[in-house]
Design a protein around this ligand. Structure first.
Ligand SMILES: [Zn+2]
Ligand SMILES: [Zn+2]
Length: 178
């Protein structure tokens, strides 16, 4: 359980270590994730994080189990609007999206493309399919949930209990527009 996994941006400059297994692994198809992914994919040299069905795959990790090993000076936050509480953080060395941080959250949603394909965790469920105009086109390889389930929040809450209800602050170097 206490294994350390090293993740990296596309060019390898920004590296991140995560401890142990994620709280959960999911794909989100909400309007915000899709809009953000499309805008971030326009950055020079960027690659889209979206799957073929328009989902954003992420692994949720406790903030205290994520460590920036190198490239912290490249981490810049992107917000869908100036008033948006949630932010997506990009490694600007190669414009790789690194994680989503929801407002007030004690976890980070790390984009799965940071993992080498051989060790990439498999998504367990797809959330927020209620945001799609036509969810019937989604594959049924994993459960497609209309929103977030009670067990989804229960797992995140259990992680927060284990963290002693602390919420470490994640510093970034600046902001970007896309
Ligand atoms: Zn989403
Ligand atoms: Zn990079």
């Amino acid at each position: 359980m206490n294994t350390t996994t090293t993740l990296g941006c596309a060019c390898g400059t920004t590296r991140i270590e995560v401890q142990g297994a994620p709280i959960l692994v999911s794909e989100c198809v909400c309007d915000s994730c899709r809009a953000a992914a499309e805008r971030l994919a326009e950055l020079p040299g960027a690659r889209s994080v979206l799957t073929a069905c328009g989902a954003t795959p992420c692994a949720e990790y406790r903030k205290d189990r994520v460590r920036i090993v190198s490239g912290a000076e490249h981490l810049h936050e992107f917000r869908l609007s100036a008033a948006a509480g949630s932010r997506r953080v990009v490694a600007t060395c190669c414009n790789t999206p690194v994680f989503l941080e929801l407002k007030g959250a004690h976890w980070l949603s790390l984009y799965l493309h940071l993992w080498p394909p051989a060790t990439r965790p498999a998504p367990q469920l797809r959330t927020m399919v209620g945001d799609l105009p036509d969810a019937s086109a989604l594959p049924d390889d994993i459960p497609n949930l209309k929103s977030h389930t009670v067990s989804f929040y229960a797992k995140l809450f259990a992680a927060w209990v284990a963290m002693g209800f602390r919420n470490p602050k994640i510093e970034v170097a600046g902001k970007i527009d896309a």
